[in-house]
Ligand binder design. Structure first.
Ligand code: AMP
Ligand code: GLY
Length: 448
């Protein structure tokens, strides 16, 4: 296979903010020949993974497929698509990649982990069977029901009349979910009967959605939070908690997006609640998957909600959350390569976390999540840490190239300090043609 560097142009000087891979003093002797790692994906989440790997003394070389201009500081970006499974396998073999980390769900759904495992290649990411915890809402509910994982009650339907009758028997608001990947459009929280009916018609009578099966579930009330754990079979390695902001505009107004900002840690989640969620939700689900004969290796992302009856599951994802990863991994003090390595072998491993807070604000293109223009010239000069989500380099210039463009992050001793640092950098990098939310972390800042 012919290999080229995707971003052969010079890396813009503003990218030189990233830390160079370091050697931990005193550990040089124990370091075996450096490891080669490959990261699949091209967003902010994968940029944060590359950034964390670049701090590992065990990692010598990082490839990103296809990567992005922000990652080019630490990784060689290779133009292989995230679902080009055979090309990814061939590349990993050719470059003697020791360990591969998968970012996007699409890659998992296309069977990247199955293909790598079949070739004896080490990969951090679940197989297709495991990834169903995200791709099939009904499968996720079945696992939760069978293993006693707290979540809302539900029923699934493929006939419109039956679904409508059930929906009308429940109090408002009604939660209706399309069962399958629906590019973020598959969940409707309907405030009125009319809205609920329109959603059911859309999903069950219109062919636009495809296979046509819905879940109607209990409406859960409370603050949402994201609990990601690395999982290796029955071993669960918890990551720091984070909160995403899904709506486009301030005060949680506007359409749902991929996420407009995040922060970590979460002052509104006590250690007791975290322990309960870890034991009754994440550990129980990992055990359940193992009972079902699924060898789950990868991130299990719990999208949780703190109800008055304790934490419950809204959804599971089979991968790192975006943008949560961009505020969680900068707080990781232990070696992320060790974490991936341990999870693949279901070995013991303890993660260490900084007490510092991290808060990130997404710069998005005007119009997102609807249609938007690309090509806004970017400048992150003087910013402390920016993760690229949708950028491209053209004629030596760094340009916007996606709906979500970049996650500007700040760190601090407190969330207030992290927010002040992040917003100071947002002010430096905001441009005409881009927008951002000005209230990231507000939920915790006003209550802290
Ligand atoms: P999901 O794609 O399942 O994460 O759902 C998207 C958003 O819809 C969630 O982040 C929640 O804000 C909301 N949502 C989903 N399910 C429920 C539920 N059972 N009760 C309340 N809100 C929900
Ligand atoms: N931040 C939500 C997700 O990654 O799905």
């Amino acid at each position: 296979m012919e290999l080229h560097h995707l971003y052969s142009e010079a890396i813009p000087p503003q990218e030189n903010q990233f830390q160079v891979p370091n050697m931990q003093p005193g550990r040089e002797e124990e370091i075996r020949p450096g490891k080669t790692v490959m990261v699949i994906g091209s967003g902010g989440r994968e940029h944060a993974i590359v950034d964390a790997l670049s701090r590992s003394p065990r990692v010598q070389k990082i490839y990103a497929c296809p990567g992005n201009p922000g990652m080019a500081k630490h990784a060689t970006c290779v133009p292989i698509g995230v679902t080009d499974i055979q090309d990814l396998v061939d590349f990993a073999k050719e470059k003697h990649v020791d360990l591969t980390v998968v970012g996007p769900e699409a890659s998992l759904a296309a069977g990247v982990a199955d293909a790598f495992k079949a070739e004896g290649l080490r990969i951090f990411g679940p197989t297709k069977a495991g990834a169903r915890i995200e791709s099939s809402k009904e499968f996720a509910k079945e696992i939760m029901e069978k293993y006693g994982v707290p979540t809302g009650f539900y029923k699934s339907f493929d006939k419109y009349e039956d679904a409508k009758a059930y929906a009308e028997s429940l109090p408002l608001p009604t939660v209706i979910k399309y069962d399958g990947l629906a590019a973020g459009k598959g969940v409707v929280v309907a405030a009125t009967r009319e809205e609920a009916d329109a959603a059911l018609k859309d999903m069950l009578l219109d062919s636009a959605f495809g296979q046509g099966r819905v879940l109607i579930e209990e409406f859960l009330d409370g603050p949402e939070f994201s609990f990601m754990c690395a999982v290796g079979g029955r071993k669960v390695y918890p990551l720091a908690l984070a909160q995403d902001h899904k709506r486009a505009y301030d005060a949680d107004k506007g359409p749902n997006t991929g996420g407009m900002g995040a922060y970590s840690p979460l002052p509104f989640i006590s250690e007791e609640i975290r322990e309960k969620a870890l034991k009754e939700i994440l550990q129980r689900t990992a055990d359940g998957l193992a009972e079902e004969g699924i060898d789950y290796t990868g991130i299990l992302y719990g999208g949780l909600i703190l109800t008055k009856d304790g934490p419950k599951v809204i959804e599971f994802n089979a991968r790192f959350g975006d943008p949560e990863t961009e505020v969680v991994l900068p707080r990781l003090e232990s070696d992320i390569y060790d974490l991936f390595d341990a999870a693949i072998d279901s070995a013991d491993h303890e993660t260490k976390w900084s007490d510092d807070a991290c808060l990130g604000v997404v710069l998005a293109s005007d119009g997102y999540p609807g249609s938007y223009k690309k090509g806004v010239e970017l400048d992150f000069d003087g910013c402390s840490k920016v993760f690229h989500m949708g950028t491209a380099v053209k004629d030596g210039k760094l340009l916007s190239a996606g709906g979500r463009v970049a996650m500007v992050t700040g760190k601090g001793k407190t969330l207030e300090e992290a927010a002040a640092n992040a917003y100071a950098d947002v002010k430096k990098s905001a441009r005409e043609g881009l927008f951002y939310r000005s209230d990231i972390g507000k939920h915790s800042l006003t209550k802290a």
